[in-house]
Design a protein. Sequence first.
Length: 85
Amino acid sequence: MRMNTFKEFHINKYITLKLEDDLTFIYVNNKKFEQCKHLLFQIRENQRNTYTEITSIDDAEKQLGTLSESVIPPEDEFWGHCSNL
């Protein structure tokens, strides 16, 4: 895995993440992967145990909802995607 000055992160020969105009895009075989790539949830520390029955991202979205605006700076979100993959 390596990062270059163009904000590209190569996971392997098939998967690359690119930060373009403050948005993170995932490429598979050099083709942009156009799927939902994040949901942002806000769970308070004292409520963590309330959500132990969530078994899928769909369950989480139904139970928690989503935040309409990202509060994460674009480069931090990019690095978050890179570290998750």
